[in-house]
Design a protein around this ligand. Structure first.
Ligand code: MLT
Length: 323
């Protein structure tokens, strides 16, 4: 029997699977100070989402001379909140659930793209304030425009498929994708995405190379005129990771009009505190909920519970990020 700490929540079905397999599940959030003082060392495994951070010092505080965690489960995709090298050094297996939330994040990205180009949030706000802003809220279509995808993994491919069904012309840049992909114009540099596309969606990981990748200089090269000749302005969406879009630069671009809309589900610092973006009508925000659907969380929970059961039954997993 293993003791499993679940710090950022898990579906009831997944907890039931683990308990039926004989494991003890403790559902409780531990703050960084508690983790630093060894609160996780009494567990065999920990399952986190993005709210719990496990840098090197937290991982070393979670192992002890007579045990401690042997498995870190990331219930979701991004692993920028885990020091995987430190985990590997200590023999701790790290697993995520890379495909389980794809459809939810694709839908959220398309939702933000359409909401921001059609001013849906502003329309709702003004309507509630008793203003019938029919004349002021003219948007632009996404059909006939160039959509640039930065990163071309599972989610970006889903977005490409959905965007093409709306008539968008899809461009992409991903240094890890070598093959040509039918219907997609692949580029050799991220700069080419900015200079060609009026609409951009971010789908890469947060790394030292991608931090502030969306910055003043690059935004200033976006064309503003759609492939169909319409003055649709420039639009950026990110449901990937905070820190990839330079929020100050994006705010300045909204102020200057170089960006006509910005939609972010993820922020450099979460939860988002006071931010000038929140005063801007052309900013559409959400609190990191792209993967927060009933369906994605159910799939993530079942996949994670299966990995944990496999690991504690056999000492290994069929898929892991480091072993
Ligand atoms: C993920 O990486 O899976 C998503 O950003 C969702 C999350 O972290 O909660």
């Amino acid at each position: 029997m293993a003791r499993i700490a679940v710090t950022d929540g898990m579906s009831a079905k997944a907890v039931e699977m683990l308990e039926n397999a004989g494991h003890e599940v403790v559902l409780r959030h531990y703050d960084p100070d508690e983790i630093s003082s060894g609160s996780l060392a009494g567990f065999d495994a920990v399952v986190i989402r993005s709210a719990t951070k496990l840098p090197a010092e937290q991982i070393s505080a979670s192992v002890s001379s007579n045990g401690g965690i042997r498995f870190i489960g990331r219930a979701g995709v991004g692993v920028d909140n885990i020091d995987i090298s430190e985990a590997t050094l200590r023999g701790i297996v790290v697993c995520n659930t890379p495909g389980a939330s794809t459809r939810s994040v694709v839908e959220m990205t398309m939702g933000h793209l359409i909401a921001s180009t059609r001013n849906i949030a502003t329309a709702d706000r003004t309507l509630r304030n008793g203003v019938w802003a029919k004349k002021q809220l003219r948007g632009s279509e996404i059909g006939g425009k160039r959509l640039g995808l930065i990163g071309f993994g599972r989610i970006a491919r889903g977005v490409a498929q959905a965007a093409r069904s709306f008539g968008m012309v899809v461009h992409a840049y991903d240094p890890f994708v070598e093959n040509a992909i039918e219907g997609i114009t692949m580029h050799d540099s991220v700069d080419e995405i900015f200079s060609n596309c009026t609409h951009i969606s971010v789908h890469c990981n947060l790394t030292n190379e991608t931090r502030n990748l969306v910055n003043t200089e690059r935004i200033s090269t976006m064309p503003g005129i759609g492939a169909d000749g319409i003055d649709c302005g420039n639009h950026i969406v990110s449901c990937a990771r905070g820190g990839i879009v330079d929020e100050d630069a994006a705010h300045q671009a909204l102020e200057s009009g170089q960006l006509r809309s910005l939609a972010l589900d993820v922020f450099e610092s979460e939860p988002l505190g006071p931010s000038p973006l929140l005063n801007h009508d052309s900013f559409h925000g959400s609190p990191h909920i792209a993967a927060s659907t009933l369906e994605a969380q159910a799939r993530i929970g079942i996949e994670m519970a299966s990995l944990l059961i496999e690991f504690f039954d056999s000492g290994k997993t069929s898929t892991s990020l480091n072993f």
